[in-house]
Structure formats: C-alpha cells, structure tokens
Design a protein around this ligand. Sequence first.
Ligand SMILES: [Zn+2]
Length: 127
Amino acid sequence: MPFICENVECRAVLARGQVRSIRENEGWCFYCPDCKVRNALNDVGVPGGPVELIQPERSDLPHKVIATARPLEDGRYAAQLRVQRALGMKGTYAVEEHWEQLGIFLDAQEAVAHAKSIAADLLDRKA
Ligand SMILES: [Zn+2]
C-alpha cells in the first residue's frame, strides 16, 4: 500500500521508498516530499520486533469547501456552496453536494460567510 498525503490540496500518492519515515516525540510520521505536510504513521509491528508502519485509517477523507458569492443583476449576491470529498487518489474529488443559492445578501462577504457557516454545520453533522 502506498502512502497518501493527507493534505487536501496535495493528495500525493507516495511509494514507501519515496518517503522517509521518522520518529518524533508524538510518534512516527513522514513529511510529504511534495507539500512538506506532516503525515502521522502508526507502528503496528510486534513489540520488540521490526517497526511496521501504516498510515492510520481515516474514515472521513478530507473535504474541500468552496464558498462563493454570485453577483445578481440587481446588485445583490447569492451565496453558493460546494462541499467536496477527496478520493484516495491524487488530485481527484468527488463532488458530494452543491448548492446554487443559499440566500441573497447585499454584500458579497456576507454571502460567502453564510455559505461557510452552512458548510461548517454540514461537516459537523457528518463527523
Ligand atoms: Zn503532500
């Protein structure tokens, strides 16, 4: 099994020989050679035996939340939201949910803030 970088923006698939696993105070980990993000590893080897490192299972793959404000003809803004779940491959996302219009706001920043708060609720509920 290759390792997969947990950084949502990266998701690099790395052969074991490509990464250097190191032991830090918090435990084993490797640093992604592409994006330098720390990825935790678990040692599942028998005590006293050779170290056997696996990447911890993540039941919830990372999400990417895209909150935007779409300008309307009357000068107001519609809050829009896309919540994507990453697949176990580099650079691919499965679009899970998509809202065209979550409400109309006078201000673009308010619209984006509204879309983000809905995203936070959604992600909380699923966790
Ligand atoms: Zn990475």
